[in-house]
Design a binder for this molecule. Structure first.
Ligand SMILES: NC(=O)c1ccc[n+]([C@@H]2O[C@H](COP(=O)([O-])OP(=O)(O)OC[C@H]3O[C@@H](n4cnc5c(N)ncnc54)[C@H](O)[C@@H]3O)[C@@H](O)[C@H]2O)c1
Length: 361
């Protein structure tokens, strides 16, 4: 099979970098991998740092992927651009630390011919699109309630040495995905949500900064939005799947009158014999009756990443934009949480469920 790319670069070859390699395997003949922890790999170009990549190899890399811990994104981006001002780069989320935003924007201005895209695989999730189709068919434009809860116990990963986001805490993990889903559901009403005041309940954690967070927002047009995320695996919004069948809880619910639209996203991993990766379970209930149950297959991350690279390849003149509204939202939320954390003793905070008021400035 002929491959569309000759060399794709991956900087940071941990959990997410290895997933990228699997995803891009069908697109490229070779990888260039940069990671100080790499073992020998005869099939690819392996380097411990970007500096070690010789010029004659560097210039043949057609697209770069930045999968290092978030605190290293900006330095890696800057280094790639200094060596190739027209580089095509996919950068993992969150794109940079909160105080680096101005430097990040300055890089975009300094390198106008570069194409830089932030990864957000839920931007055009097929499962969410199907949920939206059903809402439209049922004539629901302003549901009473939208609930999204993403919860996963990250402690085993942390114990195994995987990067811990101490800067954003939980906001750097599932929260960005939840916002992407919410924006897709709200469409043009997104700004009404994004600039409304929200009540939030954080749980602070000495290891992970914020390990649980709940947010309630009443939109002026009548929709209540409830978001919840936990990095220790707790969840409160009940699914229709038994708990012991879930490897992670990625749950979306929309209510209107007696109708409930429910989506349990990717509840299983392929390593489990029970089911397929990328399966999303969709259910519509009216009162006690189940009106519809279906499964939506959607490899959202491979689809997003592969189509992004193909887009760069085929339409290099019309780049995809960085998602600034999400960054604004998580940065202002982080600031509020950090200020509160710094003004209090962490030990005392862990015992108290504090309510705070958040508003994006
Ligand atoms: N889109 C998603 O769903 C998703 C999921 C998980 C993580 N992420 C993001 O991906 C990024 C990486 O997270 P992870 O979970 O894969 O972390 P990880 O700890 O598993 O891997 C990070 C790797 O980067 C390497 N590294 C560190 N500094 C480096 C440098 N200067 N040059 C080259 N390599 C370097 C480390 O040795 C490690 O192997 C983070 O920004 C995270 O927020 C995104």
């Amino acid at each position: 099979m002929s491959k569309e790319f000759n060399i794709i670069g991956i900087v940071g070859y941990g959990k997410i970098g290895r997933i990228y390699r699997e995803i891009f395997d069908e697109l490229t003949a070779h990888f260039l991998i940069v990671d100080p922890k790499m073992d020998e790999d005869r099939e690819n170009y392996i380097y411990f740092s970007l500096e070690d990549v010789p010029e004659e190899v560097f210039r043949h890399v057609q697209a770069w992927n930045i999968c290092v811990p978030t605190e290293n994104h900006l330095e890696i981006l800057s280094e790639i651009l200094s060596r190739n001002p027209r580089a095509w780069i996919i950068i993992e989320k969150p794109i940079c630390l909160s105080f680096e935003i101005d430097s990040f924007r300055a890089l975009l201005i300094r390198y106008p011919d570069a194409h830089i895209v932030g990864n957000e695989q839920y931007n055009d999730s097929l499962a969410i699109n199907e949920l939206k189709d059903f809402l439209a068919k049922t004539g629901i434009r302003r549901p009473e309630l939208i609930r999204i809860e993403f919860s996963k116990d990250r402690r085993p990963d942390i114990a195994a040495g995987r990067f811990v986001d101490l800067h954003y805490g939980l906001l750097g993990y599932e929260w960005v995905h939840m916002l992407a889903i919410l924006r897709n559901l709200l469409g043009e009403r997104w700004s009404e949500y994004a600039y409304a005041p929200s009540r939030i309940w954080p749980t602070f954690d000495v290891v992970q900064f914020v390990s649980e967070l709940e947010e309630h927002t009443a939109m002026s047009s009548g929709t209540k939005v409830e978001l919840r995320s936990s990095m220790i695996g707790n969840y409160e919004y009940e699914s229709f799947l038994p708990v012991d069948q879930l490897v992670q809880h990625r749950y979306v619910e929309v209510r209107s009158g007696s109708l409930r639209f429910m989506l349990q996203m990717e509840p299983r991993f392929k390593t489990q014999t029970t089911g397929g990766l990328f399966e999303n379970l969709f259910r519509i209930e009216e009162g006690d009756s189940v009106l519809r149950e279906s499964s939506i297959h959607d490899p959202s991350m491979p689809r997003f990443l592969q189509s992004t690279l193909r887009h760069l390849y085929e339409h290099a003149e019309s780049p995809i934009e960085i998602d600034w509204p999400f960054m604004e939202r998580i940065i202002s939320m982080r600031q509020l949480l950090r200020d509160h954390y710094n003004q209090n003793k962490p030990g005392a905070l862990e015992q108290v469920k504090t309510e705070l008021l958040h508003q994006t400035r």
